[in-house]
Design a binder for this molecule. Structure first.
Ligand SMILES: [Zn+2]
Ligand SMILES: [Zn+2]
Length: 305
């Protein structure tokens, strides 16, 4: 099953000619999740051939314009193209009101069922679950209420070793073995030991999205060991005071968090427009955490099982 992240935009505050505001697309199986939706996102989705009609959930981290000003435009296009599939938007308090007001005064009655899930951004909490995946909020520290998101695949089924399976097992017993149980006889003795007839399940993959925020070590337990961490790195560390003042992070801080949380790979983004060349941000982060990459538009990262 696919587990793939695509960067749609990575600029902070004001957009630049080469960088759009923040948006990312996470494809898991046949589900597409949109994370943040800065201005111009729908144009970027077209550019990168992401079919917006396949988006099933939208996660908005906070209500600064660079993370949600593209939302109403995208919803309008979905409506004009007569979307019928329901859509759920997860976001902080106020987002429902903002979108509803725009719809009201533009006389827009969406062609699809639109549901808002208001988030408590100050806690780590599960907000979404399907057959394969859970999503939790990650509390951020920013000038307005803000949360990141942790996407984690559920534990997968163990693999049966067909040549070692006794003939007498029933279909429910096979399911039980896939879930890790031993098969017992009526007296409660182990009849078929799980470890003898199954092998380890495929890996469960995870992605943590952390933007916008000050350096915040208390999220480490939640993101410990994730396959991929996206962390904002608005500034170089020589601007640490400005980062602190504006509730943002530096490339060095993002890398420090990645190191301390022992993540496998770090992606930095949300770059200030002052950086025309992003190389110094990458170099700074790599000095602390070598497996760092830039979240440049169009970049795709697939996580293997
Ligand atoms: Zn921002
Ligand atoms: Zn912000």
């Amino acid at each position: 099953m696919d587990f793939e992240l695509k960067i749609i935009g990575s600029s902070s505050a004001t957009p630049s000619i080469n960088r759009n505001h923040t948006a990312q697309v996470l494809t898991i199986g046949n589900q597409i999740h949109l994370i943040d939706c800065g201005e111009g996102t729908q144009m970027q989705l077209m550019r990168y051939k992401v079919k917006h009609q396949r988006i099933c959930n939208i996660f908005i981290s906070h209500l600064h314009g660079d993370h949600f000003f593209g939302l109403f435009g995208l919803l309008s296009t979905m409506h004009l193209q007569q979307r019928t599939a329901p859509l759920t938007i997860y976001g902080p308090p106020g987002l429902d009101e903002l979108i509803t007001l725009q719809a009201k005064h533009s006389n827009t009655f969406f062609s699809f069922r639109l549901t808002f899930q208001e988030l408590n951004t100050s806690v780590y909490k599960q907000i979404y679950e399907d057959k394969f995946l859970t999503v939790h909020t990650l509390p951020m520290q920013h000038r307005v209420v803000c949360c990141g998101f942790l996407f984690r695949e559920k534990l997968k089924l163990r693999h049966l070793i067909k040549t070692k399976l006794p003939d007498f097992l029933t279909p429910p017993q096979l399911v039980y073995l896939k879930n890790g149980g031993d098969i017992l006889d009526e007296a409660g003795h182990v009849l078929v030991k799980n470890a003898d007839v199954t092998t380890e399940p495929n890996r469960s993959r995870s992605y943590a999205y952390c933007s916008d925020t000050r350096y915040k070590e208390d999220i480490i337990p939640y993101i410990q060991g994730v396959d991929l961490l996206y962390h904002e790195a608005t500034f170089l560390d020589n601007m640490r005071e400005r980062a602190e003042y504006t509730f943002h992070s530096t490339a060095l801080q993002a890398a420090t968090l990645a190191l301390k949380a022992q993540v496998k790979r770090l992606l930095i983004g949300h770059f200030s427009v002052r950086y025309k060349d992003l190389t110094p941000l990458l170099v700074e982060a790599k000095e602390v955490f070598d497996n760092t990459h830039l979240a440049v538009e169009g970049k795709t990262i697939g996580l293997l099982e």
